[in-house]
Design a protein around this ligand. Sequence first.
Ligand code: AR6
Ligand code: MG
Length: 299
Amino acid sequence: MTGSESSFTGCLLGLALGDALGAPFEGHGPFAAEVETLFNRLPPALRYTDDTEMAIGVAESLAAKGGFDAEHMARRFAENFNPARGYGPGTIAVLGMIKRGVPWHAANRAVFPEGSFGNGAAMRAAPIGLFFAEDLERLKEVTFIASSITHDHALAKEGALLITHAVSGIIRGRSNNEILDELSGTIETEEYRGKLDAIRELLKAPASTETVIERLGHSVLAQESAPTALYAYMRGGTDYPETVRLCISIGGDTDTICAMAGALSGARAGFEGIPPELIERLEDSDRILDLASELYRAG
Ligand code: AR6
Ligand code: MG
């Protein structure tokens, strides 16, 4: 397996912690003052949401099968589904149908006839980037099919590719500029090409939260959150808490933007880069750590 075990554990923990830290702020903001003191008054238990529950399903399936099996992954999603985790309405309906035995490729257009372009495929996709880091053709193919299980719209799939390809680039030791250039070569929709240009521009100088929201968005739609997360990661780099703080300050769909940026920052920083006082408060942190190691060994 390419990459170090530490980048795998950092990535999954970074995703789950970002999700849990961002969740209390979901739907509000932008924030400034609250974020300054966030890490000084952490709740004793950090609970994750649907983002992490689904990312666990992705990682479990890849590790159990030693590769990608769409039917198996769809079953993991349905079996892991806990309605208290705050799933999006489209995903709740699709997973309910899969649970009742409807094939995923029939369920995935039952709610939105063109497929969902919510960020639910991108938020869970990081483990695919870890597992297929070296094989970019297969990475794209798997990212798209794994997204389709619940999110069949091109914008949802390309949002997921933004995250998986960036994870792969981090594992392969690529710089931010190299990752952006690789992405421009593989992304096909105008929507995301424009967003990649906007990220490049925003990174050139300090940018206000308002400008970031205006250029990149902060909503539950894939095209209005996956690019925001990529930008936040590229600003925060290996400083994991700083990256999460930045995502929370942007507001909107904070749990998911923090989960996606947290996965990237965690992959870059590695396990050692994530503060132990955060890991020790995270729900199921031992299970998530074990799963990341299993995924590392399965490749
Ligand atoms: N047409 C119109 N609106 C759409 C479409 C479409 N084709 N696709 C999505 N939307 P959903 P998710 C809108 O329900 O992506 C949780 O908090 C529509 O308003 O598929 O799994 C998670 O943590 C739809 O309800 O859910 C995520 O942060 C919404 O986008 C977030 O929800 C979300 O799509 C998204 O979860
Ligand atoms: Mg969530």
